[in-house]
Design a protein around this ligand. Sequence first.
Ligand code: CA
Length: 621
Amino acid sequence: MSAVKKSFFPILFFSFLNLTSFAVKSKIEKLEPAFWWVGMENPNLQLLVYGQNIGEYQATLDYPGVRLKVVNNVENQNYLFVDLFIDKSAKAGKFDITFTNQKGQELVYQYELKERRKNSAKRKGFDSSDVMYLLMPDRFANGNPENDSVDGLAEKVDRNNYDGRHGGDIQGIISKLDYLQDLGITALWNTPLLEDNEERGSYHTYAISDYYNVDARFGGNEAYLELSKECKKRGIKLIQDMVFNHCASAHWWMKDLPQNDWVHLHDEYTNSNHRKSTLLDPHAAKKDKIQFSDGWFDKSMPDLNQQNELLLTYLIQNSIWWVEYADLDGIRMDTHPYNDPQGMSKWGEALLKEYPYLNIVGETWYKNAADIAYWQKDALNADGYNSYLPCVMDFQLFFAMEKAFLEPQEWENGVVRLYKSLAADYLYKDINNILIFAENHDTQRIMTTLKGDINKFKLMNTFLMTTRGIPQIYAGIEILMEGKKSDGDGKMRIDFPGGWAGDERDAFTAEGRTDKENEAFNFLQKLLQWRKVNPVIHTGKLTHYIPENDVYVYFRSNDEKTVMVVINNGEKNQDLNLERFSENLKNFNKGYDILSEKAMNISEGELKLTGNSSVILELSK
Ligand code: CA
């Protein structure tokens, strides 16, 4: 930021010892977004300007193609909202915005309009050809111990405290990108990196105190740009985790809010009732809906009011700024339904107007597909609501996966859970644009649920990587990492072994992994590398058969290829009679199992299955 006090300068010079008078002089404390771009689809830009009594100033500028439309005052005189119009003819460059008050005092901010990256508007988001890797930066790898604690940010490093900051950072992630590429993932979702200046528990970074700056303990904005560049080099798509439902109580504007309705203020503390169903429920009482939406997620997380047009514009621009600045491939929106639904619809629409092929996934934590499907863009909702959210999270399938591999088959249990969950896909507008997962940073680690059983790990991953949707895995699954939800989140989210200098072992290397971990890593790697080059799994038609005797059989097919997946979730070896699947098998005689790397004859009408194992057959004549 480059605020220069032209007319105050001589006065300042002579009165530098008088700190009181220094403090009352106006200056531009914040101007956001600090810069923008020419050639955006939306020619409008609104600047938030913050400074003591800035509301008493008028703004002027003189730059070809840029017009100052209107300067908006709000009830707090320390804010101005300046509306600019940037014509298609405007060229990249710098110009002064001059703020003048009635006394003739001037404040000047040098604004910059940058050139966009080539094909920026046409960027293609993550999709079903990708496998997404989720990690928590504080718990993954510490690439720079120097930034573990930083002056000016409240919480200091304490690796002995489960709920404390452990020092992981962006440099650490960058140092492991080769590892991730080698594993075979193609998209990276890291939990938020923006500044979280809470005194305690800030490691998860879901209480954001500055929407334009990456936390210095993670390496700041420069490190984030570096991460983006290094991801691009390796064909890894970068997804930013955004949190608009709430900010941090430590956010700078909480000390001096622009407007009374910028956040939802209540006479006494009011928590959200967390009843996400109230938004969809045609019978819901207004009071319950309002408390769901306007109640706070947590005491340290003030609830932002996306019905406030100025705030909504701030958030929309903030998202566009990050996509453009950090060259993002996607967005993950935290606690999506907790935001104002109409506001978020406008947000999604605005983003897709700038970037028609960008992908955005919202956290849609509902147990039923009907509730989840409501939130997908263009859903045929009875109330006419359109979220403009292209991708949703399949929590229904998550809940099915938590149990399916642990139970023998019954009418509703065992692998039938997977079969039945997918049977609800008629509800979805786009069945390929759905994030599927067996765990994330908020759930119990799946390997704890599966009791560390590596055979179940293989079955689970076979399913996850071959069914429809966009698979998301969570850091450490490749080494069977466990973590119990009942131990508390901080304790469950353990550090990746080897991410810190001096760790007992380095599980990022084959030598540092146990035999069992290497078996898991190699299995997953084989599956991911194969999936990457097989479009039939990304978008091929899915046909599945009613499970029998703990065996779930399905096919993925397109014009080029047909793949048969057989998951034997039972303990016993069995001979699978193939007659039932002739609808999909009739044109084929041979199958090649990509897992065992063995050819299998399917023309004899039977397939020998080992207990608790799966095959993925590429079919041929
Ligand atoms: Ca660090």
